[in-house]
Design a protein around this ligand. Structure first.
Ligand code: NAG
Ligand code: NAG
Ligand code: NAG
Ligand code: NAG
Ligand code: NAG
Ligand code: NAG
Ligand code: NAG
Ligand code: NAG
Ligand code: NAG
Ligand code: NAG
Ligand code: NAG
Ligand code: NAG
Ligand code: CA
Length: 581
């Protein structure tokens, strides 16, 4: 029976394609024979005995933000390599499409938080576009082990190799080996292998770490809401708590949630379409007085404890019933203003109005019946582990932590990790010369990485790359190969349940492939409503610095140039003497 079935399969498909089937090439021996040769990457030795393969047929993925629903087959290959003389072990996994679906493409994928990969979440995004898709464990002792678990050898002693691997080295190895493995696996000789990257958050930073260093590594990269300017970004997670401590008021989460809901309701129509989506947080910043929320009644039912790996979780909370206080509004306004030091100099930027105040989430003390500060997870780990080199994920308290302390931590981490984690190198000449394209996007209601952080980097690149051109000339020149899209209403690397009618760019890799392989420039970015009554509706997203405005009673969207709005996105960090890119 088995033989008869195989013959039938060959008879049916073999004549058409002359290609192997997934089942017969997804074998350990075939993968071993396809490994890059020993001298391919100096300093790296692949262990052929470590190869593990298995074929996965007819698997289905649904409900993802970064790629559409799909059903597909793939070969799952994992192997290990070591760095000569180091005795370490780094594991990489590649999913390979069926030969009949392979379209001469390779895709690297990244992680989130302090993880260098996203498990199997991102890999389907490559397979469904005919790409081999890869991820790495960074050499951190397993695919589920995060960078922070291996960062210290002992208190005070840094495992610098892990910093370089997380910073950029592991990704360069992943794609170099992955592309060579792909070429050998699919018997490519002189055919061009298109090489791509896709990642969001820390994965967005990982993408930039390569674009900034290795000009010809990728033909195109999708970098979502990147966690770059790493020291500033991690430290700013603590800012909201320090605002509460400084003002001396710890708002119940419901009170801040009410301020957000009122902000969304008031700013929604400013973009010309009353759809529950604040597509113009800049107009919100210019026109909405947050003080108008004082006195609004709020109520939230009691909740149980919950956890969030990428931010502060929430402790159990009693029912909250009250009216928005002037103190809560003062906290919200100070958070939105961004970090300034005691001399009034700006140290960093902040979230856009209409984003939720996740970093400001307070914690209920059932013993005292009072709300108090809940120290941000990623924020606290930064000074505790990465600056003070203590094997702990949190700070004992925010006692003695002032706005100036936060500024100093930003500077300290910036110096310490300038060449590894900071990831804001603004001169992209080698990448541009090699013909690379970047599709950079960021949710305009992101509550974990401020949207303006992406705008600031884009503007740094524009000014460094095109110093002698006007704003419009340099924006156009940069837009030939690097485009930034702010996604209306979207949260952190995801659609936003509070603004469900907003679009999300779910088909980014298809758009990038068209840009790279067919020169179809994404003047606007394709996006889809992913939830709510309008699920499936297509929308277009404007490219920065153009801003969306709906006309004809919300039926036509235009991408407009609006200097006053653009100006709200531009920052000068005068708390630091050196330029902050
Ligand atoms: C693939 O799986 C679906 C159910 O998920 C099933 O209906 C279909 O018959 C399967 N196709 C093949 C070729 O096995
Ligand atoms: C892929 O292979 C790895 C390594 O053998 C294994 O841990 C993982 O479960 C496999 N994944 C799937 C979906 O088969
Ligand atoms: C750090 O602490 C964790 C437990 O919190 C422990 O498992 C680990 O071995 C410690 N690492 C070092 C380097 O001390
Ligand atoms: C590559 O070539 C070898 C040798 O001819 C063959 O066995 C194998 O099936 C080919 N692989 C693919 C993906 O076509
Ligand atoms: C905010 O609005 C959402 C619906 O968009 C609702 O579920 C939530 O309860 C509201 N929060 C408050 C505090 O009113
Ligand atoms: C909001 O109210 C505070 C406190 O009364 C006041 O200092 C501040 O100027 C007001 N802001 C605006 C924009 O009206
Ligand atoms: C909230 O408090 C107000 C005033 O004390 C009261 O009228 C209202 O019933 C309370 N709401 C809920 C849901 O408990
Ligand atoms: C390392 O530092 C942590 C945090 O301060 C502390 O809990 C732990 O005891 C220290 N470990 C050693 C071996 O000193
Ligand atoms: C905080 O500052 C006070 C006064 O300068 C000092 O006595 C105390 O030790 C400090 N606490 C911490 C945790 O650094
Ligand atoms: C910019 O203009 C200055 C002065 O005109 C000139 O010296 C410099 O070479 C120009 N730089 C570039 C990148 O064109
Ligand atoms: C983008 O959307 C346009 C208009 O709906 C469509 O024609 C085009 O095929 C889409 N591009 C991609 C890559 O999906
Ligand atoms: C404008 O759009 C709203 C919502 O779709 C609709 O209720 C209203 O009738 C429209 N007004 C005009 C003048 O067409
Ligand atoms: Ca709107």
């Amino acid at each position: 029976m088995r033989v008869a079935f195989s013959s039938l399969a060959v008879a049916a498909f073999g004549a058409l394609t002359h290609a192997a089937t997934l089942a017969n090439i997804c074998a350990k021996s075939y993968a071993q024979a396809s490994l890059p040769s020993d001298d391919f990457y100096p300093g790296i030795t692949i262990d052929p005995t470590s190869v593990v393969t298995n074929a996965v047929l007819n698997t289905t993925v649904t409900g993802q933000n970064m790629y559409p629903d799909a059903t597909f087959d793939y070969c799952n290959v994992t192997f290990a390599y070591s760095h000569t003389g180091r005795g370490d072990q780094v594991y990489v996994t590649y999913w390979l499409p069926a030969p009949s679906n392979f379209q001469n493409r390779y895709l690297s994928t990244g992680g989130g938080g302090l993880a260098i990969n996203s498990g199997s979440m991102s890999l389907p995004g490559g397979i469904i576009y005919g790409a081999v898709a890869g991820l790495t464990d960074g050499g951190f002792g397993g695919f589920n082990n995060q960078f922070d678990s291996v960062f210290l050898i002992q208190n005070g002693t840094v495992n610098w190799e892990s910093v370089f691997m997380f910073g950029y080295q592991a990704h360069h190895e992943l794609s170099s080996l992955g592309k060579e493995f792909t070429k050998k696996f699919f018997n490519m000789s002189n055919t061009k292998l298109y090489s791509y990257y896709q990642g969001c958050s820390e994965g967005g930073r990982e993408g930039w770490s390569q674009v900034q260093r290795f000009g010809d590594e990728w033909d195109g990269a999708i970098t979502g809401a990147p966690a770059f300017r790493f020291s500033h970004q991690q430290t700013q997670h603590l800012y909201s708590g320090v605002v509460e401590k400084t003002i001396g008021y710890y708002p119940p989460p419901c009170e801040l949630a009410k301020i957000v809901n009122e902000t969304i309701a008031a700013c929604d129509p400013l973009d010309g379409k009353t759809d529950g989506v604040v597509s113009r947080t800049d107009l919100c910043q210019l026109n909405f007085n947050i003080n108008s929320t004082v006195g609004k009644p709020y109520y939230c039912a009691a909740t149980v404890a919950s956890q969030n790996p990428f931010g502060p979780g929430s402790a159990a909370a009693p029912a909250q019933n009250g009216t928005v206080s002037a103190q809560a509004v003062a906290v919200a306004a100070e958070i939105l203003k961004g970090l300034h030091d005691s001399q009034g100099r700006r140290a960093y930027l902040s979230y856009q109005p209409a984003a939720t105040f996740d970093d400001a989430t307070t914690q209920y003390d059932s013993a005292t019946g009072a709300w108090g500060v809940q120290i941000s997870g990623l924020g606290a780990e930064w000074p505790a582990r990465f600056l003070q080199l203590k094997n702990t994920s949190t700070l004992a308290s925010l006692n003695n932590v002032t706005y100036d302390t936060l500024r100093d931590w930003m500077l300290q981490g910036w110096q310490m990790y300038q060449d590894t984690l900071q990831t804001t190198w603004p001169d992209l000449t080698p990448f541009h010369k090699a013909g690379g394209k970047v599709l950079h996007f960021h949710g305009e209601s992101d509550n974990s990485i401020p949207t303006a952080s992406s705008v600031h980097y884009h503007e740094s690149v524009r000014k460094i790359m095109y110093p002698n051109m006007s704003f419009n000339q340099s924006t156009a020149a940069l837009g030939d190969w690097y485009r930034l899209f702010l996604v209306p209403g979207a949260a952190h690397c995801a659609a936003n349940p509070l603004q469900p009618n907003g679009p999300f760019p779910q088909t980014n890799l298809a758009v990038l492939i068209d840009w790279v392989e067919k020169n179809i420039v994404p003047t606007t970015l394709n996006a889809t409503v992913l939830q709510g009554p309008y699920i499936g509706t297509k929308q277009q997203i404007c490219a920065w610095p153009l801003r969306p405005m709906w006309t004809n009673n919300g039926t036509i969207m235009e991408c407009q140039y609006d200097q006053a709005s653009i100006n709200t996105w531009l920052y000068d960090f005068d708390a630091f003497k050196q330029p902050v890119y």
